[in-house]
Write a protein that binds this ligand. Structure first.
Ligand SMILES: NC(=O)C1=CN([C@@H]2O[C@H](COP(=O)(O)OP(=O)(O)OC[C@H]3O[C@@H](n4cnc5c(N)ncnc54)[C@H](OP(=O)(O)O)[C@@H]3O)[C@@H](O)[C@H]2O)C=CC1
Ligand SMILES: O=C1O[C@H](COP(=O)(O)O)[C@@H](O)[C@H](O)[C@H]1O
Length: 586
């Protein structure tokens, strides 16, 4: 059967046709199974392909049966390093397959805000297999039509600018179905199963379940849905939302319960910050630029800051939030994951296991987190410009007198040769003056700086800073010192600025798009492995226990402010100033 490539994006067509006109590469994880669930033209490339037979019939990557002479692929088919195989395209035979994606908790906030729009975006970009269906599952009683209306409302506000959108949306909605049911009812999940089977019509069927529900019902769902057995021939994978547990013990319990019903390779623990464009770029920036990698250590870096702030409170999510607080909501997962990526040693390769091995090493090298290196805060009501903003405890779902922190700052240290003594500061807060997430790297002073006197008494003003602005308005900029043009010798601080909207004036995919696609393709690099999770909880659990047992009272800060002043004292203890050292945008 003659075959040719048709990449998802036409802009890469020529390049890819040249590169891959004869072979496709298959990642190692596929080689011991007869079903190839993932075909990557190049490891970790964002380029995706559809294969077409000579009569133009599309073969989706997820629907190919790889065999040589009818036998499954084995180690021998893989290259000298056992990592990649080059298989002549002619060896692939087409089989028909389906993909179903079930969003459990389909009536919820995350499903509406992120998951359905991300699925639509993938469909719009032709990144989903030819034959797919989307199922919503929740207790709320809805018809298929009502689910479609709900989804279309969330989509219309995002897609006005796209071509053929209405058309694509109609096509997408026709593939969306709903099943209502309890989360602990085997019978209701059996009804869902029958609907899935009806759509699968006996083809090779791959199933993805997204648990977009509160964590206390995760186990019920994996038990009742019999996920291990739910797809006879294809794969079944489960994306699990955070928080995965409340502490080391509950997370361990959850992991053990999951293992009764799922194998580790079925579980995709999501941390959507790992799917953000700038976070993906962190490793590229560091490992593919000679100007950065040599500087990436205690020798040149004074401190690193991971900052998350939101300009809205927990309104509407108080019930969930009060049980978790900002440390479990943001620090233990999003910020810690970024820190691990930032600080890890060079991985052996870009394979998921190699990267995650290095991240775990960082997490396990961290100094225990002490109460004295943490400050917590909670927002209080505030009036500004005739408008009044509520206190955290004004939310009727939050118990009066709650001590749950809505803000926290912490100083962390990594006990290894590269980072010994370097403060890694984290700051996360709700109801602050701005919405922003960024990584800031402050470098050491230039020894014997010839221009010292031009900076006055404050040498910090001469510090180079590298900033990765994760959101909003993605950017990477390096603050340098330069001479102001003219006859005198006046110095200035300027930014070498890679502003994404200027350099890449196209839409940046949402993190959930990237992660959903990765889960469909079986790419695990951006998902959390169970030992990573254990190490993250081991770091934060003693601190969380201390805060709760000692009933530490959070410092109050006004809604819309810059947060508690205690955060500045904490930073000052390690000779650090938050944010921009010139004070322009801290
Ligand atoms: N919302 C967000 O921005 C983010 C959420 N997450 C995580 O994603 C998951 C889903 O979040 P979100 O959509 O906000 O959650 P919701 O509170 O909106 O819950 C999702 C659905 O679960 C069902 N549900 C809610 N509470 C219960 C309960 N106590 N018992 C049984 N069913 C319940 C409801 O559906 P029904 O009543 O119809 O059954 C609800 O529509 C959570 O684990 C959350 O931590 C992670 C990152 C961001
Ligand atoms: O996981 C969470 O993240 C959101 C912030 O996500 P973002 O992509 O909008 O930055 C946060 O609001 C929520 O509390 C938390 O659970």
């Amino acid at each position: 059967m003659a075959t040719h490539f048709s990449p998802c994006s036409s802009s890469i067509k020529h390049e890819t046709q040249q590169l891959f006109s004869r072979f496709i590469f298959i990642s190692r994880k596929c080689c011991f199974s007869s079903w190839v669930s993932q075909i990557q033209p190049r490891t970790h490339s964002r380029k995706r392909f559809q294969l077409k037979s000579s009569n133009g019939y599309p073969l989706n990557a997820v629907s190919l049966h790889a065999s040589l002479d009818g036998k499954p692929l084995t180690k021998e088919h893989f290259g000298p390093q056992g990592k990649e195989a080059s298989i002549p395209l002619a060896e692939f035979e087409k089989i028909e397959s389906t993909l179903s994606i079930t969003v459990v908790g389909a009536s919820g906030d995350l499903a509406k805000k992120k998951i359905f729009p991300a699925l639509f975006a993938l469909f719009y970009e032709d990144c989903l297999p030819e034959d797919f269906s989307v199922f919503g599952y929740a207790r709320t009683k809805l018809t298929d039509e009502e689910l479609r209306n709900m989804i279309s409302q969330t989509l219309t506000c995002r897609i006005d600018k796209k071509e053929n959108c209405e058309d694509k949306m109609d096509q997408f909605l026709k593939r969306c179905f709903y099943q209502s049911g309890q989360y602990n009812s085997e019978e209701h999940f059996a009804e869902l199963d029958s609907k899935l089977k009806e759509k699968e019509a006996g083809k090779l069927s791959n199933r993805l379940f997204y648990l977009s529900i509160p964590p206390n019902i995760f186990v019920d769902v994996v038990r009742c849905a019999s996920l291990r057995a739910s797809s006879a021939n294809g794969w079944t994978r489960v994306i699990v939302e955070k928080p995965f547990g409340r502490d080391a013990e509950s997370s361990g319990d959850l992991t053990r319960s999951f293992k009764k019903y799922l194998t580790e390779d079925q579980i995709f623990r999501i941390d959507h910050y790992l799917g953000k464009e700038l976070v993906e770029n962190l490793s590229v920036l560091r490992f593919s630029n000679l100007v950065f990698e040599p500087l990436w250590s205690r020798n040149y870096i004074r401190n690193v800051q991971f900052i998350f702030s939101e300009d809205f409170g927990t309104e509407g999510r108080g019930g969930y939030f009060d049980n978790y607080g900002i440390i479990r909501d943001i620090m233990q997962n999003h910020l810690l994951q970024i820190l691990a990526l930032f600080a890890m040693e060079t991985p052996v390769s870009l394979d998921a296991e190699d990267i995650r091995n290095e991240k775990v090493k960082v997490l396990r090298s961290m100094k225990p987190l002490l109460l004295e290196d943490v400050i917590v805060g909670q927002y209080k009501g505030h009036s500004k410009g005739g408008k009044s903003y509520p206190a955290y405890t004004d939310d009727p779902t939050v118990p009066k007198g709650s001590l749950t922190p809505t803000f926290a700052a912490a100083a962390l240290f990594i006990n290894n040769a590269r980072w010994d003594g370097v403060p890694f500061l984290m700051k996360a807060g709700k109801a602050l003056h701005t919405k922003r997430a960024e990584i800031r790297v402050q470098f050491r002073h230039v020894p014997g700086n010839l221009f010292k006197r031009n900076f006055g008494t404050d040498l910090d003003k001469a510090t180079n800073e590298l900033v990765l602005r994760v959101q909003p308005d993605e950017a990477i900029y390096l603050r340098i010192n330069n001479k102001v043009p003219g006859l005198g010798m006046r110095l200035d601080r300027s930014d070498l600025n890679l502003l994404y909207r200027a350099r890449y004036p196209r839409e940046i995919p949402d993190a959930y798009e990237r992660l959903l696609l990765d889960a469909i393709e079986g790419e695990r690099r951006l998902f959390i492995r169970s030992d990573e999770l254990d190490a993250a909880w081991a770091l934060f659990t003693p601190l969380l226990r201390d805060l709760e047992e000692k009933k530490i009272v959070p410092e109050l800060y006004p809604y819309g402010s810059r947060g508690p002043v205690g955060a500045h004292y904490l930073a000052a203890k390690y000779n650090v100033r938050w944010g921009d050292l010139s004070g322009e945008d801290s």
